[in-house]
Design a protein around this ligand. Structure first.
Ligand SMILES: NC(=O)c1ccc[n+]([C@@H]2O[C@H](COP(=O)([O-])OP(=O)(O)OC[C@H]3O[C@@H](n4cnc5c(N)ncnc54)[C@H](OP(=O)(O)O)[C@@H]3O)[C@@H](O)[C@H]2O)c1
Length: 318
């Protein structure tokens, strides 16, 4: 029986690494996994983990693939000996956290290039063949930060919001082609993500005013608390990828945690955005939004009838 050929981006650490291991060591031995890495020098931890998990010989292969480089994507595709990819996992991503004015221009461009344009490049490279074969699955690592924004994550959230539009648009088109696309929407997950933030944590902070810097440090405390309370292990998150992969009729979105659904729903139940903005400000900074002198920022806040229980603080979207 032919094995299911899976190609995953961003396997040097975190979700990509654990998903590659999980599939390569699946008891069915039904997967051939191409784990791709931006830099093959970083392949040590994955090989080590594959050995200790007892991945059978030939279940796992590592390829260099940088999602910002179309030639590297084409070279990796050419090295898939089966001549097809049944499941493409667009997982590579990078974070950017801090006041907007503290981001270097290069950091902004780089995050958008990896998270958004990199995903587009991958889809351009692999989707046409899936359409031709009228078969294939695409899993994209999404984020609750693509469904509700948080302060000090503006560019990261912009990239993940864009991924939502990209994927939703394609999902509609792909219906007649027998190709299924699913977003795996993650909340906070314990990975190397914070260590690999573009430009380091916060960026060039002295470019921001004192009040913004103070709010940033309050945001960081909040974020730390949320990771402590609600952070998931990548092993648990990978099971949600498997659920999507095995579903006979996969949904567009799978959530690794239900914790943030009330807040996400709040964005849609009050399309003006006022309820969400007030609730998010309150949840992150622990005080009412004091917008200008007319108090407009608090007009549709968390205490309103129909607003979800917001006692649970808001997680950092990563
Ligand atoms: N951790 C969270 O809380 C969380 C929450 C929601 C969503 N996510 C999403 O989950 C995905 C995986 O992140 P993670 O949490 O597992 O963090 P991670 O451990 O930092 O993994 C990110 C991976 O992306 C790779 N990558 C970065 N730039 C790349 C490029 N140009 N080409 C190819 N690969 C590249 C990294 O490779 P290098 O090591 O070579 O840089 C790394 O392997 C990301 O899309 C992220 O946005 C994470």
């Amino acid at each position: 029986m032919d094995r299911t050929v899976v190609l995953i981006t961003g396997c040097s650490s975190g979700i990509g690494l654990h998903l590659a291991l999980r599939l390569a060591s699946d008891p069915s031995q039904g997967f051939k996994v191409y784990a791709t890495l931006r830099d093959l020098m970083a392949q040590g931890p994955l090989w080590e983990a594959a050995r200790s998990r007892g991945c059978p010989p030939g279940s796992l292969e590592m390829l260099q693939l940088d999602v910002t480089d179309a030639d590297s994507i084409a070279a990796a595709r050419a090295r898939v000996t089966e001549g097809r990819v049944d499941v493409l996992v667009c997982n590579a991503g990078r974070g950017l956290v801090g006041p907007l004015e503290a981001h270097e221009e290069g950091a902004v461009g780089s995050v958008l290039d990896v998270n958004l344009t990199g995903t587009v490049r991958m889809l351009q490279a692999f989707l046409p063949d899936m359409k031709r074969r009228r078969s294939g699955r695409i899993l994209v690592t999404g984020s609750v930060g693509g469904l509700m924004a948080l302060p000090f994550n503006a560019v990261y959230c912009a990239s993940k919001f864009a991924i939502e539009g990209l994927c939703e648009s394609l999902a509609i088109l792909l219906q007649p082609f027998g190709v299924h696309l699913s977003l795996i929407e993650c909340g906070p997950v314990h990975t190397a993500f914070p260590e690999k933030l573009e430009g380091g944590l916060g960026g060039v902070l002295d470019r921001a005013d004192a009040e913004t810097r103070d709010l940033f440090s309050r945001y960081l405390s909040h974020s730390e608390q949320i990771f402590l309370e609600a952070g998931q292990d990548p092993e648990d998150v990978t099971e949600v990828f498997l659920q999507a992969l095995r579903a006979p009729r996969p949904a567009l979105r799978y959530f690794t945690t239900e914790r943030f659904l009330p807040l996400i729903q709040l964005r849609f139940s009050d399309p003006s955005g006022c309820s969400y903005v007030a609730a998010a400000h309150q949840a992150v900074f622990g005080d009412q939004a004091a917008e200008g002198s007319d108090g407009a920022g608090a007009e549709a806040g968390a205490g309103e009838p129909g607003a979800p229980e917001l006692g649970a603080p808001l997680a950092a979207p990563k």
